[in-house]
Design a binder for this molecule. Structure first.
Ligand code: SAH
Length: 464
């Protein structure tokens, strides 16, 4: 992030614009949303600028910029539609100490103006650092259609009530009050009785919240899916939005952690397949400790929490402490890997059951029903199996599986760095060693990529 977004107070501030035509008028339209004092320098101003000057909206000085013209200006826009004049004006303004924007010249600018969605006092600023203006406009259009037009009215009424709401203790209780107002009570009151009803609504709501008993903490055990944030369920998203504390595993992708509230406490329980990590007791203790203090805890696990996630041990710890909990399922790695291969997990005539196996358990490489797994047509997703590939291969061949049985390793399924390593039972250990994956890997026994060469590069491009 080269450009750091901030919101600048322009109340009474001096803003100088150099330019007498369309580019300058476009900037003025934005600046008119603010209470800035605007001065425009233009050697040959367009009639619209004269009209604005007559209406008292700008001070118009009908000559080109000179040294000292931008003294005491907080912001300066070079908007002449003329590169030489813009360069000259920008240099003068910079010498005068103003922060400079040179329209359509990223490198000549000290700041850039974002695309905006205006529901004042709610303002959303969208920037792409000049990389993709079209994308910024698309995001803006998307937000415009999703943010209710009455948001500004609700927020203004809310703003006037902020002092009164301090009767509620800071943190969770106050947050719940505001969430109730913005999500439910406020929009409903506005719809029924208009803006005039909002102060009364806020007061009634505050009285209700002041009278309510302190809410007990609880824990949601939430599946974060295989990594692509778009594969998060709507419910998981909502819970992340509300959480006071998020305790997550190592495999939960950073893009998903970004979705937690900014004030939420993030704790990495960092369990590694083979390495050191926070013990199960510690995790249990942490969840109980925070929930007992009234916090909403999200225990975020990769994939589905009920698949090789040691869920039961955590539920036992919560039950022992009498803490309320709920499970929010997620998309497990096997589903994401199959999708990546363009294959289904079950198929008429091929396999009527699907096995989810772990390649290793507490005692090391895990023993399985090898005879059943060795039958032709078997499909099994083997979690944490990459290191045990040679062991798996030995057991399966010994029980009669064909050396040419397809086995496909999928690394980072659903993520930008997704990789598909198509192999067979005979070649698996060597192929894995050659590929040297460093992300999470799931082995799909009995599945080969569908139309591998044609299909996969395209899929990966889309994900990137
Ligand atoms: N609860 C998780 C599994 C946790 S065990 C789930 O339902 O997916 C951790 C193992 O899951 C990893 O060793 C790897 O085998 C697999 N895994 C998790 N995410 C993966 C991904 N994005 N791509 C491939 N394998 C993944």
């Amino acid at each position: 992030m080269r450009h750091f977004p901030i919101f600048l107070d322009l109340d009474g501030a001096r803003v100088v614009v150099s330019g007498g035509d369309q580019a300058a008028l476009a900037k003025l339209r934005l600046l008119f949303k603010t209470p800035a004092r605007i001065t425009v320098f233009a050697a040959d101003p367009a009639p619209d600028l004269h009209a604005l000057a007559h209406a008292g909206r700008i001070t118009l000085i009908a000559r080109a910029m000179e040294p000292g013209d931008a003294l005491c200006a907080r912001l300066f826009y070079a908007a002449n539609d003329d590169a030489a004049e813009d360069a000259r004006a920008a240099a003068l303004a910079r010498a005068d100490g103003a922060l400079v924007n040179w329209v359509d010249n990223l490198n000549g600018s000290q700041f850039i103006t974002p695309a905006m969605v205006d529901r004042s006092p709610v303002t959303v600023a969208i920037g792409t650092e000049g990389a993709a203006p079209v994308l910024a406009r698309r995001i803006k259009a998307h937000l415009e259609s999703h943010l209710p037009s009455n948001l500004g009215v609700l927020a203004r009424a809310g703003q006037a009530f902020r002092k009164a709401a301090e009767a509620l203790p800071m943190g969770r209780k106050r947050r719940e009050f505001w969430a109730d107002y913005y999500d439910r009570t406020g929009p409903r009151a506005f719809e029924q009785n208009g803006a005039a009803a909002l102060p009364r609504t806020l007061q009634n709501l505050l009285d209700d919240h002041l009278a309510a008993k302190p809410s007990a903490g609880h824990v949601d055990l939430v599946g974060s899916g295989p990594g692509d944030p778009d594969l998060l369920t709507l419910k998981a998203r909502k819970l992340l939005d509300e959480a006071d504390v998020v305790i997550h595993d190592r495999l939960v992708s950073p893009a998903i952690l970004e979705l937690a509230r900014r004030e939420a406490v993030l704790i990495n329980a960092g369990k590694k397949g083979f390495g050191p990590a926070m013990s199960q007791e510690e995790i249990g203790r942490l969840m109980v400790e925070h929930a007992a203090q009234g916090a909403h805890v999200v225990r975020l696990k990769s994939g589905d929490p009920g698949v090789f996630g040691r869920l039961d041990e955590e539920l036992d710890a919560l039950n022992a402490a009498g803490i309320e909990w709920a499970i929010c399922p997620g998309i497990t790695a096997a589903s994401a890997a199959a999708a990546q291969l363009g294959q289904s997990l079950t198929k008429r005539g091929r396999n009527s059951d699907l096995r989810l196996l772990t390649g290793h358990d507490v005692k090391g490489f895990a023993e399985q029903d090898w005879r059943a797994l060795s039958r032709p047509g078997t499909v099994a997703a083997i979690y944490m199996g990459a290191r045990g590939a040679r062991f798996l291969q030995g057991r399966l061949l010994m029980h009669g599986a064909g050396p040419d049985t397809p086995v496909t390793a999928v690394e980072n399924a659903s993520r930008i760095k997704a990789r598909v390593i198509a192999s067979t039972l005979a070649d698996l250990p060597a192929d894995l060693e050659a590929a040297a994956p460093d992300g999470p890997v799931i082995l799909m026994l009995g599945l080969a990529p569908r139309a591998a060469a044609a299909h996969l590069p395209q899929l990966q491009e889309e994900l990137a």
